[in-house]
Design a protein around this ligand. Structure first.
Ligand code: NCD
Length: 368
């Protein structure tokens, strides 16, 4: 089945089509009110969520469909030790499409490899969050009128902030995009994003820890929360939690048409005094999330009907199976012991390779 696990699963053309559908839904909501009649969406949320889960549910209801699922892993068989693969197989009997959020990197990919209905990654650990990115793209398009020729500042927890990883991945495919990555040293962007996306794609970027010095050059400021739940050292969190607090004073040097985005929830990184600034787009962004998820559900259900045999395939070049173990404690493959350990080695088998589930790099020769 065609699923959405990584934002790269959709081509730029497909992303543009999704946004066009979302804009059409905004303009003519009544035309879509019965589009998913008789269809069911399962929302499997193993991790807290307000916006993502409820916007998925609202999206399905507004398309005339039904919703089932859980928002608390302790109320599901996960609490009894059921694997992601078994849950996905079983849910395919009850639902036409699945949206899954999980605290471990790669869990929705595992679900998609075992489900016989489309699976949507609604956030996997500190890894990816492609439907937030769809929301962000629609917001940038509606706020700025374009997705090209923009300087985008990403500020806050760039290490664990999965929304930023998916956003950089998506925006790097549009022309004239430049990134300013603003974070404390400890929370810099992971290598697989810096090297695997920015450097590989020759995308201009700079890294800094100084928001005030860089704000004047930005067209978009994408603020993020310091992700407390991903820290292993709580003292480090305490030390870093107030790294950035956006206030009206700090916005004085920003462009008059800069857009301020935030995936929400916010803790204290944007002062509420900023909310009335017309540049604050984050609540409009949350509304866009419902429309783009409506477009996504429609698209995936249509693709599933057109081509039910279409499988989520693992590329067959340079694949190592059960020869190494992933060293990332947040990877689903380190938790579910029976899962095949799969590594992709794009440069052949002599250099480093990358875990299929969480993208953590590993050297093939010494296994480190
Ligand atoms: C984000 C997430 O879950 O990664 N929230 C969301 O889905 N809108 C951001 C966050 O939790 O900080």
């Amino acid at each position: 089945m065609r699923s959405l696990i990584d934002i790269l699963d959709f081509s730029v053309k497909e992303l543009d089509d999704l946004m066009a559908t979302a804009l059409d839904i905004i303009a003519h909501p009544a035309m879509y009110s019965q589009s998913c009649r008789g269809k069911k969406l399962a929302t499997l949320f193993y991790e807290p969520s307000t916006r993502t889960r409820l916007s998925f549910e609202a999206a399905m209801y507004e398309l005339g469909g039904e919703v089932l699922g859980f928002s608390e892993p302790n109320s599901s068989s996960a609490a009894k030790g059921e694997s992601i693969a078994d849950t996905a197989r079983m849910l395919s009997c009850y639902a036409d499409i699945i949206a899954m959020r999980h605290p471990k990197d790669g869990a929705p990919l595992v679900a998609s490899m075992n489900a016989s209905v489309p699976v949507i990654n609604a956030g996997d650990g500190g890894h990816n969050h492609p439907t937030q990115t769809l929301t962000d793209l629609l917001t940038i398009l509606r706020e700025k009128g374009r997705l090209t020729d923009l300087t985008i500042g990403c500020c806050g927890d760039l290490k664990y902030g999965r929304t930023v990883h998916s956003l950089i991945n998506a925006m790097s495919r549009y022309s004239g995009i430049r990134f300013v990555l603003i974070s404390p040293d400890e929370l810099r962007i992971p290598d697989y994003v810096r090297e695997g996306i920015l450097e590989k794609g020759n995308i201009p970027y700079e890294e800094t820890d100084d928001l005030e010095a860089s704000i004047s050059g930005l067209d978009i400021l994408y603020m993020t929360r310091i992700q407390r739940e991903r820290f292993t050292d709580i003292e480090e969190y305490e030390r870093l939690k107030n790294s950035y607090i956006l206030t009206p004073e700090k916005l004085r040097n920003a462009k008059s048409d800069m857009s301020i985005l935030h995936p929400l929830p916010r803790v204290n990184e944007i002062s509420t005094a900023v909310d009335k600034d017309p540049r604050a787009a984050y609540f409009r962004q949350a509304l866009n999330g419902k429309f783009i998820r409506m477009a996504l559900i429609l698209r995936l259900l249509m693709l599933a009907e057109e081509d039910p045999e279409n499988e989520q395939r693992i590329p067959d070049e340079g694949v190592l199976i059960n020869k190494l173990r992933c060293g990332n404690p947040r990877c689903i493959s380190t938790v579910e012991q029976e899962l095949d350990q799969i590594f992709l080695a794009p440069q052949g088998l002599n250099g480093s390779c990358r875990c299929l589930y969480c993208e953590t790099e590993k050297s093939v020769r010494n296994g480190e």
